[in-house]
Design a binder for this molecule. Structure first.
Ligand SMILES: Cc1cc2nc3c(=O)[nH]c(=O)nc-3n(C[C@H](O)[C@H](O)[C@H](O)COP(=O)(O)OP(=O)(O)OC[C@H]3O[C@@H](n4cnc5c(N)ncnc54)[C@H](O)[C@@H]3O)c2cc1C
Ligand code: FES
Length: 275
């Protein structure tokens, strides 16, 4: 049965992690089903008296029900969340949606993230056993998120970081150039997973296909405004699909088919993302 009633969730701690962003640790009452949360899924967070919004897991709930999320302050709900102190009681519904597919054993993965889009890839990176390369693009050093995780990841994977501008306003690399190098190297990836501003994801997907990686081997995480989170309200549709149930991760070929079947505009015209 679908439950729309939030469970209690406690705010344990939060620290600054990127411009206007904080890394939150929350705790929910353990129910024994926490291991069912897959990287790339999302949950609905309620701030009592303010509202509810979707956020992705950076780490999935552990046996004690503790998990983390990276949240950027954009509007009313996140402003109210940022004003709360540890111990505050919030609401939780989830997990929702379809996470990333599990990597095959030893499979060579290329992950491309932009801005806060690094958050949904964190669980995948931490769980991957094979060869992982990560390209992380941000507006500037101040906007980079998940600083502690990136320090840890540098020890065991290839991490390429690009900045639209460094502290002196000078461009520092370009994620599409880094992608081009990765796709044409001797160690070209078997699959590409991408999350970030929609324009970046679509440019990445097109570049992969141009370099003969089939569209069925490229995955994107698409954000739509979520209300119910469970396929009831119709706010989050992409063609005939509800992003809250069938997404937010989509294979690029599936996504193109959905757009074509619904007669929707070319993907590059879709709305911008908040972070
Ligand atoms: C599946 C999913 C996972 C998400 N994960 C995260 C996360 O891990 N961290 C994080 O910081 N944010 C995440 N978001 C975005 C977050 O849900 C919104 O930013 C949320 O609305 C913030 O609430 P607010 O009241 O503070 O801002 P609002 O007042 O709701 O929004 C502020 C601005 O952002 C725009 N906006 C809000 N949500 C969206 C959206 N989904 N698509 C396009 N524009 C939007 C609004 O139109 C407005 O201009 C996720 C969204 C989805 C759908
Ligand atoms: S958010 Fe209600 S149908 Fe997807």
């Amino acid at each position: 049965m679908i439950s729309l009633t939030p469970r209690p969730m406690r705010l344990l701690e939060a620290y600054a992690d990127g411009e206007a962003a904080r890394h939150f640790t929350f705790a929910i009452e353990p129910r024994g089903d926490q291991s069912l949360v897959a990287p790339g899924q999302f949950f609905m967070l309620t701030v009592p008296g303010v509202g509810e919004a979707a956020f992705t897991y950076v780490s999935q709930p552990d046996a004690a029900g503790r998990f983390s999320a990276l949240i950027r302050q954009t509007g009313t709900l996140t402003a109210a969340l940022f004003a709360l102190a540890p111990g505050a009681v919030l609401g939780y519904r989830g997990p929702f949606g379809r996470g990333w597919p599990s990597p095959g054993f030893g499979e060579r993965l290329l992950l491309v993230a932009g801005g806060c889009g690094l958050a949904p890839l964190a669980g995948l990176i931490d769980g991957a056993a094979g060869d992982v390369q990560l390209i992380y693009a941000a507006r500037s050093r101040a906007y980079q998120v998940l600083a502690r995780e990136r320090t840890r990841w540098r020890q065991r994977l290839t991490l390429i970081e690009t900045l639209d501008q460094d502290d002196d306003g000078v461009e520092q690399g370009n994620p599409l150039d880094a992608l081009q190098l990765a796709l044409t190297s001797d160690t070209a990836p078997a699959r590409v997973f991408c999350c970030g501003p929609e324009a970046l994801m679509l440019a990445v997907a097109r570049r992969c296909v141009d370099h003969h990686l089939p569209a069925s081997r490229v995955w994107l995480s698409l954000e739509r405004r979520m209300h119910c989170g469970v396929g009831l309200c119709g706010h989050c549709y992409i063609g005939s699909s509800y992003a809250c149930v069938d997404g937010p991760t989509y294979r690029y070929d599936e996504y193109l088919r959905l757009l074509a079947a619904s007669g929707q505009v070319a993907a590059g015209c879709l709305p911008p993302q908040p972070c």
